[in-house]
Design a protein around this ligand. Sequence first.
Ligand code: SAM
Length: 276
Amino acid sequence: MDNFKKKKQYGQNFLTNSAIPKRIASESGITSEDGVIEIGPGFGILTRELSAIADKVVAIEIDTELMDILPEKLKDCDNVKVINADILKTDVKKLIDEEFPNKSICVCANLPYYITTDIVMSLLEGEYGFRTITVMVQKEVAERFCAKEGSDGYGAITASISYYASVKRLFTVKAGSFDPKPKVDSAVIRFDLFDTPPVTPIDKKTLFDVIKAAFSQRRKTLANSLNSYFGSIISKPQISEIISNAGFTENVRGEELDIYGFSKIADLIYTTKIHL
Ligand code: SAM
């Protein structure tokens, strides 16, 4: 371990203060009934805490060099299985079926910064039935994930997340708690996934297309943004009518809408499209 050189390309900023993984585990909502998927165990500092509170932990680590270190580090944690794999190339559904049949499952991780958004979105969009996802991410990313409509950080990602889960910021972690020390502070956030989404759009793809379109040109009105995206199939007057029928003023901007507003617009766009 003394010879281990942390790899920047894998986002290896390891926690050095054991109070933090303890707090992450205790605020994750994970219980002794839960199976846990951990992404990037590193030296196993968080894995150990998860092992103490969960029924079983499966930790996915990309770095082959850590496969020699982790078994020694976790030798007294008999409910932990470490898999040497890239989470982005892992068949999560298959992993769940094989490792956690009929179990309630949570995800917990100090995420590698270079793939934070990709991982979080794929875990939510996969609709794998996770109960909670608790992750440490860069502070700015946490602010974006937790942003309320109308605020600066609110964007397509925040709006999309609100279809899948409620998000709560748990606490901040100073850059000095990691080795090597990153340039910015971090924050731990928790997603509590909905059993049933807050809206039931006629067509889910149209809902996410509308969200994407609404934020594609931030300074434009919603009408102009939707026109740039759907203009080839729906006329500008029809788009204005849809916005008005959904209960919004003609100058409303995408960042003012929550998931309910986006869903109303998406349904009206969908029904207009199919009646063309
Ligand atoms: N959990 C440890 C801790 O808190 O000290 C390490 C966290 S470190 C920020 C991120 C970890 O994710 C590293 O161990 C890194 O090798 C691993 N990692 C990076 N990319 C990965 C990927 N695509 N799939 C699985 N693990 C990955």
